[in-house]
Design a protein around this ligand. Sequence first.
Ligand code: ADP
Ligand code: MG
Length: 258
Amino acid sequence: MSAVTGGPVLSVRNIRRSFGAHAALDGVSLDVAQGEVVAVIGPSGSGKSTLVRCVHQLEPIDSGAMYLDGDLLGYERAGGRLRPLPPRRVAEQRRRMGMVFQQFQLFPHWTVARNVTEAQVRVHGRSREQARERTMELLGRVGLAEKAEAHPGQLSGGQQQRVAIARALATRPRIMLLDEPTSALDPELVDEVLAVIGDLAAAGLTMVIVTHEIAFALEVADRFVFMDRGRVVDQGPVAGVLGEGTSDRLRAFLSRYT
Ligand code: ADP
Ligand code: MG
C-alpha cells in the first residue's frame, strides 16, 4: 500500500437504498484510502452491486452521504441545505471513477482502440493523437496492443474485459470500481483478467473489487468487506479473514468458496 496522504479517496457514510420495501443497502459505511484495494464479498443479493452502483452514481441513494477526495457526491450545499447537483456536475464526478462491469459493455461496432479512445476525446478534450498514444500504452499494459483494430466480437471474453479495464483507466480515475469482473467469463479466461487486476493493485491503484474469487481477493486486496442483507457485517485486513475474530456468517460463507 502506498503512502496515505490526507483523507480517504472514497468515503461512504451510512448510505441506504431501498427498492420498494426491500433495503438493498441498509446503512453502509466504507472508507478507502489512497492506494488501498478493498475486496467486497458476500452472498448473492447482499447489496454489493448496489453499493458500487451508488458510488458511481448509476443509482441514487435514499440517505447517507458519499465523498470522493472529500467532495460530496451528487449534492451541493446551498443555504445550509443539500440540493442535487445538476447532471453535468454529476457527470464530472463520475469521470473521476473508473467502472468495470461483469458484462464488459464495450461498443460492438467500434474498434478496440476507439472503445478506449473515445471518452478521452469527447469528454476530456484530449486531441485524437494524445488519446491514441494513451490508448496504445494502456492496451500494451493489458497485453492487447496487437488487437487495437479488432472489434470486440472478435475477442474472447477475457480479452474484452481487459479492453474494458483499459477503457476505465484511460481517464486516469482516482478509484476503480470493479463489479464481479470475472464472473461472466469461462473458467479458463479468468486468470488473465485477474492477472491484469493484480498488476494494477501492485502499481498502487486505489480499487474496490466485488468478487467471488476469494483466493484472489486474499492475495491482492489489503482489506475485505463482507456484506450480508444490505449491511457490512464484517471487515478487516485480509490477513485476518480466516482468523479467530471473524463472524460465523463470514465463516459459513467462506467455507463454501475456499
Ligand atoms: P449483489 O450484487 O450482492 O448480488 P445487488 O446489489 O444486486 O446484490 O442486490 C441487492 C438486493 O437489491 C437484491 O435483493 C436485489 O434483488 C435488489 N435489487 C437490486 N437492484 C434492484 C432493482 N433495480 N430493482 C429492484 N430490486 C433490486
Ligand atoms: Mg452483484
